[in-house]
Ligand binder design. Structure first.
Ligand code: AMP
Length: 560
């Protein structure tokens, strides 16, 4: 470190640490009466939001929550979750957002590992909670979250029901200042091997992330995703990386926010229409689910802007959404990165190009956002040129990256090898600064001497008119090491076999987009592609299924 002159401060100067409570100051000043809406159940203005956060802080403090304690939440996306995202860190406690889609065993593991002391449980998850309650080693008290008339549940240490407790609490709370490097949130990766790993973020990190995200969403003219007149609704679980941090941005700006609870296509479409939602975000598979829902067939999505991240956005989904009036923008991030790293920005040079070229860029992982450094690293730790050609692991530096894995120092040191955060993704960075994610390192298909990107193949296969959904994985092959294998869900009334797919891919081989080894010699036609707890293609499960089908000579298989 350089020896520099540190800023002199008067003994009584206020340092204004970067705390989450400061994000709450402005929304209410801008728009006191704008609403927070929860399904068709509840709506209230920003002044009430502020009061409810203070009431929750009083409830938690009276229940015994102290600074440094971990308070966990098991809920769908709700106004209550939003209140927890503020009140829990604002009293100096740590918010653990539980991934309620993990198995009961994994949830139990994460709760004991995070040392949860207090838990807020939605009534729908009470049976799940009861199933693991006797094995929880640190939980002392519980609070029930419910929309039902019945305001009680048989859970140990029950303090009461959330709405009743809030109604009885004072609407004022004197939130103290403390060190901005205090942990504000923690949650667990959806990692497919071994136990989930705990990542954690400080107040300072979340405040900086919020400011950078607001500047990207609101200031880049090529996208302009979220301004104060927009209406925001997440379709990403709030337990997964702070719903991409956008509830903090929306609250800071005083934007109208709509929370849909459990994701049901009918409710989502109804809310988009009735509340006039203009901005949302989700992973590709969830967007597909919403657009394919029967209720959505004659629904007008015109004017809806969405960020798609968490998995590659392919061109067919981009085009299908556009045809329905939805403007998609790709972004990239991961659990370890808070999450925002990059977002597509179409600069003057790209604007002057063709629509087709612009689309190619809009679906890439995007340009690193302010304060983020991204680079490509070879296996030996050398940084490679950003020339659009050199492939290697994408590595990152930014003020909001997890500083390790909770209570797993060795895995944290591996994550941060050479002083850069390792993403586990193979990528290139081009002249425009665009990151192009080629694949996850462990999903790249190594066949003969060639490396084939499963994402590139999925993109090309998805352009076949009969294909509704596709996942490509590498399967072990005695001769070639691995061979690509495609799992397909076809559109209703359509047919396709391995030979037809080969014919579809042949022109891409001829024009050099892929090599001939990329054509799968075997495919499976299925009714559903397995997904992870956050709706991404579950490639580990797919590989296991294929091995079983191949052993059993399953009728889903088609071979050329
Ligand atoms: P998670 O930690 O579960 O959120 O997963 C993060 C991973 O999702 C990244 O390491 C990427 O492999 C993948 N991912 C996220 N955004 C994108 C994107 N825009 N394009 C391709 N892959 C993505």
């Amino acid at each position: 470190m350089l020896q520099t002159r540190l800023i002199p401060a008067a003994a009584n100067a206020h340092q204004a640490p970067l705390l989450i409570k400061r994000l709450l100051l402005s929304g209410i000043r801008y728009e006191k009466s704008r609403e927070i809406v929860y399904r068709d159940q509840m709506r209230y203005g920003y002044a009430t939001l502020n009061e409810r956060i203070a009431r929750l802080a009083n409830v938690l403090t009276e229940a015994g929550v102290k600074a440094g304690d971990t308070v966990a939440v098991m809920d769908w996306d709700s106004h209550r979750y939003l209140e927890c995202m503020f009140a829990i860190p604002m009293i100096g406690a740590v918010l653990h957002t539980i991934n309620i889609r993990l198995s009961a065993d994994q949830i139990l593991y994460t709760m004991n590992h995070a040392e949860d002391k207090f838990v807020l449980v939605n009534s729908e998850f009470v049976p799940l909670y009861k199933g693991i309650e006797s094995q929880l080693t640190t939980v002392q008290k519980t609070i029930l979250l419910t929309d039902a008339v019945e305001k009680s549940a048989d859970m140990g240490g029950l303090v009461g029901e959330y709405e009743n407790l809030l109604a009885a609490a004072s609407p004022r709370y004197d939130f103290q200042d403390f060190d901005e490097n205090s942990i504000a949130t923690t949650f667990y990766t959806t990692g497919t091997t071994g136990n989930p790993k705990g990542v954690y973020f400080s107040h300072r990190q979340l405040v900086l992330h919020t400011l950078a995200e607001a500047s990207v969403l609101g200031s880049l003219d090529s996208i302009r995703l979220l301004g104060t007149n927009d209406v925001y609704m997440p379709i990403t679980p709030m337990f997964h990386v702070h719903a991409w941090g956008i509830p903090y941005v929306a609250t800071m700006l005083g934007v109208k926010q709509v929370y849909p609870g459990r994701y049901e296509p009918d409710m989502l479409c109804q809310l988009i229409k009735q509340e006039k939602v203009t901005f949302s975000h989700c992973v590709p598979t969830i967007l597909q689910m919403v657009m394919n829902a029967p209720i959505a067939q004659d629904h007008d999505f015109g004017g809806l802007k969405m960020i798609i991240g968490g998995s590659a956005l392919n061109r067919s989904l981009y085009d299908a959404a556009k045809a329905r009036g939805i403007q998609l923008t790709a972004a990239y991030g991961m659990s370890e990165t808070c999450p925002l790293i990059s977002c597509a920005h179409i600069n003057d040079e790209l604007m002057a190009g063709s629509e087709d070229e612009r689309t190619t860029y809009r679906i890439k992982a995007g340009v690193p956002v302010p304060l983020v450094e991204a680079a490509i690293m070879s296996a030996d730790g050398t940084l490679l040129p950003a020339d659009g050609e050199s492939q290697g692991e994408l590595v990152l530096r930014a003020p909001w990256l997890t500083q390790g894995y909770f209570r797993e120092p060795e895995k944290g040191a591996e994550l941060w090898e050479h002083g850069w955060l390792h993403t586990g993704d193979v990528a290139t960075i081009d002249d425009f600064g665009f990151i192009d994610i080629r694949d996850r390192i462990k999903d790249v298909i190594k066949t003969g001497g060639e490396w084939i990107s499963s994402l590139a193949l999925e993109d090309l296969i998805s352009r076949h008119p009969a294909v509704r959904e596709v996942a490509v994985v590498g399967v072990v092959d005695p001769q070639w090491g691995e061979r690509p294998f495609a799992l397909l869900v076809l559109r209703e009334g359509q047919s396709l076999d391995a030979k037809g797919l080969k014919e579809h891919l042949k022109p891409f081989v001829d024009q050099g987009s892929i090599n001939k080894w990329a054509i799968p010699s075997q495919i499976a036609l299925v009714t559903e592609v397995p997904k992870t707890s956050v709706g991404k293609l579950d490639k580990k499960r797919i590989r296991l299924d294929i091995v079983q089908w191949q052993a059993a000579g399953s009728p889903f298989l088609s071979t050329v």
